[in-house]
Design a protein. Structure first.
Length: 139
């Protein structure tokens, strides 16, 4: 889990968003409002889908809030890896925003993060370490 994820503001321009995707090479980013509260997520597919249409209608989409997904896909800090994986498949997402008990963002977990946290049981009956939640061993 990334505890200090790169975020965008809902009023950021799409031009800034595209530059951030190119710079950081992420598939999606959390979107915050003026008060720093989580209000959505924006994915690379949200941007590319605009230009996949015959008429990109670029004038209709000026800001991040025009293309972001809301509500954002979230998972609790103490939820299991299995729950996180199931939610990613259900939401067709490559990442989830991890929130605490007060629904405040504490980080972002990706599919690769979850794969790294998977633990298997030894066939001899000895248990290997259990799968931690989305926060991993740090959380």
């Amino acid at each position: 889990m990334s505890r200090e994820p790169i975020c965008v503001r809902k009023d950021d321009s799409l031009e800034r968003l595209v530059e951030m995707f190119k710079t950081y090479k992420f598939h999606g980013l959390p979107v915050l409002d003026e008060g720093g509260r989580l209000v959505g997520v924006v994915r690379d597919t949200d941007i590319t889908s605009i230009f996949a249409r015959r008429d990109p209608a670029s004038r209709l989409y000026q800001k991040v809030e025009d293309v972001m997904q809301k509500p954002p896909p979230t998972i609790g800090l103490k939820d299991s890896i299995q729950n996180a994986i199931m939610k990613m498949f259900r939401d067709q997402s490559r990442f989830l925003v991890v929130t605490d008990e007060e629904n405040k963002m504490v980080g972002v977990v990706t599919r690769i993060d979850l794969i790294g946290g998977i633990r298997f049981h030894d066939p001899e009956g000895d248990e290997k370490p259990g799968a931690e939640g989305p926060g991993g061993a740090e959380g």
